[in-house]
Design a protein around this ligand. Structure first.
Ligand code: ADP
Ligand code: ZN
Ligand code: ZN
Length: 663
């Protein structure tokens, strides 16, 4: 007799709840039910059924069963339970929070069949003839389609990774299995989806934040029934149910957006590996600039390393040149050599891409008489000048003020914009190259994917042109006529306290550089820097990326940093600094008390890199171990006693396992 059900309920508590099963109801794990919880009626999910319970009194009965068959398969239930434990996030939130909104709200799954299926679709057409490295990659992967095999496909930009994915997908579809293709959360999804539609006459569904609830539900349901052959989605689509999943691909696997930054702080890449393992299927992690974790796994032979070192077709890998910037501020942000080279490329009717990862006109509005500078009143940060709007803006909290024309402190009118953002660079270039069309691509100028596509179309219509942009320009786009890429303002990334910053900056540099010379014209990259002698910058720009990563790995090992150490970061925020600090001191004391084996290093609470943000004080507490299990053990031992308390000592607190932003 199975009389009780263990139910997960979305709430801040980490535990599950037992209910009695009414006489004539049969339940299976993965079904949704209605139960009363406190004074509310809520939708919960069955984790298990059992014959006894530790509860002694007042056990409520399940009110209603919402599904006739499990909504989530056993493997997906397992994945969610594992993720809840690993990332220390309430199980109810994980199981129900990752469902499409309508299902989360307890509505029934009622989707008519699409009358499509993988079987009655014609086999693919128009395969490209692969170059040798692509062929080796394809052959290797195809030999391992029937078992869990992780591949790291490291292919330089333009090497034709996509064609390898496509031909692997052909083989998976031939076996009548489904494919999950994960992409970063960026504007490139329309282009990617178009590319899939062009290539495959198959039912393909996208899953990203731009969908309506109904569209998301449809894609989810067709994946579950097996009517969708390919799901292309951002990180949360790792929780999609599949009837018969045969392959997971993570494109741009290094991208930080595969880690969720708030609430349930999971890594979709990590979960994808888990899922592929549980389903015994292959998984391909692809990137021109693999993450250091994945590369370490490849070197340790945990992942199969497949390398594409040459560009496909006639394209050639661009040439890098580091250009020293003088220490005194440049008048217009450009070294004369850079301007000269831009002029050369424009005169050949070619396009130039200028990358600077800062929006606005200038990052500082400064008084030359008294040194006053415009600061955000709510954050520890400077205001950014947006000259056309005549406003100052804080890029951290969104706070805005009109741009003062006299110094609020000494009334002097000698105010000066210091440094450069995209707007100022575009303005400077208009003066230097009055005849050349200039396109600015950043979040202020391009607000949605329609506008982005319109701009990209416009760019393709011109011969010579200048593109100025932020990282919006860095990823995925093809600019066949861009032969020169100029990279500005990366020195902060080279000097940051966060050990992750160098890897991120390196990836960004190579991704941006990859926009040069993608067709049959050779490309050139100029990088203006204060530190042309920086050893890692030199390795990055003169040698294969693998060498750069191997050097970085040595350094990380020497300093016991990830991926040679495992970390969790507690964060606390409050209106008063003391409260945030007290909350973390309390957590620290609990951790130290639980850590009987003394295998985990617990550091002292310190102020967050931006201590005051949007009016709140932020503190953080880092713990670190040389082994994942030890860290997990301590967290699992300590956190239940804090469960349900979103605030401690008046401060909001969170925990982030495997954090990717530290300082
Ligand atoms: P990546 O994703 O590795 O940066 P893409 O897959 O976007 O590179 O490929 C770059 C370009 O090379 C695309 O225009 C693609 O059609 C082309 N391409 C890929 N493989 C081949 C091939 N074997 N022969 C000719 N062109 C190819
Ligand atoms: Zn002043
Ligand atoms: Zn602010």
């Amino acid at each position: 007799m199975k009389n009780y059900a263990e139910i997960a309920i979305p709430c801040p508590l980490r535990n599950t709840f037992d209910y009695t099963i009414p006489e004539n109801m049969t339940l299976q794990p993965g079904m949704r039910v209605k139960v009363s919880f406190g004074r509310r009626t809520v939708t919960g999910m069955v984790i298990s059924t059992k014959t006894d319970t530790l509860l002694t009194c007042d056990i409520k009965s399940i009110l209603e069963r919402l599904d006739n068959s499990p909504l989530l398969s056993p493997d997906l239930m397992q994945l969610c339970i594992w993720a809840s434990q690993y990332y220390q996030h309430p199980i109810g939130d994980v199981l129900l929070g990752t469902l499409p909104a309508r299902l989360r709200q307890g509505k029934t799954l009622n989707i008519s069949t699409s009358k499509q299926s993988i079987t009655n679709i014609a086999p693919p057409v128009q395969q490209l003839h692969l170059h040798q490295e692509q062929q080796i990659a394809l052959d290797t992967i195809v030999q391992h389609l029937d078992a869990f095999t992780p591949f790291l496909l490291h292919g330089v930009t333009g090497s034709g990774k996509t064609e390898v994915y496509f031909q692997v997908i052909d083989q998976v579809i031939l076996k009548q299995k489904q494919v999950l293709f994960l992409i970063p959360e960026i504007s490139l999804s329309p282009q990617t989806i178009q590319r899939f539609h062009k290539r495959f006459s198959l039912p393909i569904y996208a899953m990203h934040s731009g969908l309506t609830d109904k569209e998301r539900l449809t894609a989810w349901a067709y994946a579950q029934t097996g009517e969708a052959a390919i799901i292309i989605g951002t990180r949360s689509s790792i929780f999609t149910p599949f009837k018969n999943l045969g392959l997971i691909v993570i494109d741009e696997e290094h991208d930080p957006s595969f880690k969720q930054h708030e609430g349930f702080r999971y890594s979709a890449r990590n979960l994808a590996i888990k899922r592929a393992h549980a389903l015994n299927i292959p998984i391909i992690l692809g990137s021109a600039t693999p993450s250091i974790e994945s590369y370490k796994n490849a070197l340790a032979k945990k992942y199969y390393l497949l390398e594409l070192t040459q560009r496909a077709g006639n394209a050639i890998i661009p040439d890098f040149k580091l250009i020293a910037m003088p220490l005194k501020t440049l008048e217009n942000g450009f070294v004369p050599e850079t301007v000269h080279t831009i002029r050369q490329h424009l005169s050949k009717q070619e396009q130039v891409l200028i990358f600077i990862n800062r929006r606005g006109y200038a990052p500082a509005w400064f008084c030359q008489s008294c040194q006053w500078q415009a600061d955000c009143t709510r954050c520890d940060s400077h205001m950014v000048l947006h000259k056309t709007l005549r406003r100052l803006m804080c890029h951290h909290c969104g706070h805005q003020t009109p741009m003062p024309t006299t110094c609020p402190k000494c009334q002097s009118s000698s105010l000066l914009a210091l440094g450069e953002g995209t707007q100022r660079i575009a303005e400077t270039l208009t003066v230097l190259f009055p005849e050349t069309p200039i396109f600015r691509i950043d979040r202020d100028n391009v607000k949605n994917k329609g506008q982005l596509e319109e701009q990209l179309d416009n760019i393709h219509l011109h011969t010579s042109a200048i593109l100025v942009g932020t990282q919006m320009l860095a990823k995925g786009h093809h600019f066949p006529n861009v032969t020169l890429v100029v990279i500005l303002g990366i020195d902060n990334g080279l000097m940051s306290n966060d050990f992750n910053a160098l890897e991120r900056t390196a990836q960004l540099i190579l991704q941006v550089a990859g926009r040069a010379g993608r067709a049959d014209k050779a490309g050139k990259v100029l990088l203006q820097t204060l530190q042309p002698e920086h050893p890692q910058l030199q390795t990055l720009t003169q040698q294969p990326y693998g060498i750069f990563l191997q050097n970085l790995l040595k350094e990380r090992q020497q300093f016991h940093l990830p991926p040679f150490a495992f970390m969790a970061l507690f964060r606390a925020e409050a209106k008063q600094m003391e409260k945030a600090s007290e909350a973390l001191c309390m957590i620290q004391a609990l951790l130290k008390k639980s850590d009987s084996e003394k295998k985990v290093t617990t550091y002292d609470p310190i102020p967050a890199p931006m201590q005051r943000k949007a009016g709140f004080y932020h503190m953080q507490l880092l713990i670190q171990a040389s082994n994942r299990q030890q860290l997990q053990k301590l967290l699992s031992k300590t956190l239940p006693s804090l469960a349900g308390n979103k605030t401690l000592q008046g401060a909001r607190w969170t925990v982030d396992v495997d954090p990717i932003d530290l300082f």
